[in-house]
Structure formats: structure tokens, C-alpha cells
Write a protein that binds this ligand. Structure first.
Ligand code: COA
Length: 144
């Protein structure tokens, strides 16, 4: 299988591709409202995109919480392309990028079905389960 191509988003056109993937995955597939999905915080985030050939197929964003803590959010791969390492490659890039930028700790709110996915990337469960946008979640943490 070809290694997924992933990179940091550097222009508005690529960000649009990321937002389109998020709308398809979180709003159309999972039923999250657009208002919750497009939360006004994208401007303070660093974004990542995965490509298969010329097509954007996955995305994630990293939101600074404080000088040392980064929060990974909006991790999504188009349904028909899951299980082909795009998600893992995106998260590995996000982790190495955050580490290079001086962050010491990464947190995220995982949908409970994705807990094993994040565990395989070195995250551990922290705290109780809770609901966000009507979906069960668990907070996870990883030192960088
Ligand atoms: N449950 C259990 N294991 C999972 C999993 C899931 N939902 N999704 C992926 N994995 C495992 C894979 O089996 C693989 O394991 P391996 O390395 O031992 O083979 C590993 O995690 C990496 O899988 P990968 O192919 O890189 O994941 P993906 O490209 O399918 O992306 C998600 C994973 C979660 C991003 C994708 O399923 C998705 O977009 N889901 C819908 C949106 C969502 O729920 N996002 C998470 C919000 S917290």
C-alpha cells in the first residue's frame, strides 16, 4: 500500500478542503450541527491534511491551550478511505509538529469508538466518560 501523503496546511485553499472533509464526516455522517463543527476556533489552530493522489481525504487540527499544552481536534478521514493509515499518518505528523514547536503535553477528547486508535499512538485515558455534541467521549493525554 502506498504511504499516505500528509502535510501542514499552508494556504486557505487547503483549509477549505479540510473544512469540507469535516462537514462530510462530522455533520453529514455523524449528525453534528454545522454551528458546533465550525466553532470559530480554526483561526488559532494549526491544520493538517492527508492526500491520496490529488484528493484531500483526511484532516486534523491542533489548538494551543497554553505554552506547553496542545489539543488535537477534528480528526477525520473520509469513510470510504478508512483503515488505510491516513488517520495514523495525520496524528504522527501532528505529534511531531507539536513536539518541534515546543509543546510538552497533548490532550484530546476521543470519541469512545476511536479510543484504541489513539492508544496505538501513545495516548492514555484520563478521567471519566462524558458527552460532547451528543457523542460519548473520553479525555486522553500523551506527553510529547
Ligand atoms: N476503532 C478501533 N481501531 C481503530 C479505529 C476505530 N474506530 N480506527 C482506526 N483504528 C486502528 C486501525 O485498525 C489501525 O490499527 P493498526 O495500526 O494496528 O493496523 C490504527 O487504528 C490506525 O488506523 P488508520 O487506518 O490510520 O485510521 P483511519 O485512517 O481509519 O482514521 C479515524 C481513524 C478515527 C480518524 C477514522 O475512523 C474517522 O475519521 N472516523 C470518523 C470521525 C471520528 O470519529 N474521528 C475521531 C474523533 S475523536
Amino acid at each position: 500500500m502506498k504511504t499516505p501523503s500528509v502535510r501542514v496546511v499552508t494556504n486557505p485553499k487547503e483549509l477549505e478542503l479540510c473544512l469540507d472533509i469535516r462537514i462530510r464526516v462530522f455533520c453529514h455522517e455523524q449528525g453534528v450541527s454545522r454551528d458546533i463543527e465550525l466553532d470559530g476556533l480554526d483561526g488559532v489552530c494549526r491544520h493538517y491534511v492527508a492526500f491520496q493522489e490529488a484528493d484531500a481525504v483526511g484532516t486534523a487540527r491542533a489548538r494551543p491551550i497554553d505554552d506547553k499544552t496542545i489539543k488535537f481536534e477534528r480528526v477525520a478521514v473520509l469513510k470510504e478511505l478508512r483503515g488505510r493509515d491516513f488517520g495514523k499518518s495525520l496524528m504522527k505528523l501532528a505529534i511531531s509538529d507539536a513536539t518541534e514547536n515546543g509543546y510538552r503535553k497533548a490532550i484530546l477528547n476521543a470519541q469512545t469508538h476511536a479510543e484504541p486508535f489513539y492508544q496505538s499512538l501513545g495516548f492514555s485515558q484520563q478521567g471519566e466518560r462524558f458527552e460532547e455534541a451528543g457523542i460519548p467521549h473520553i479525555q486522553m493525554i500523551r506527553m510529547l
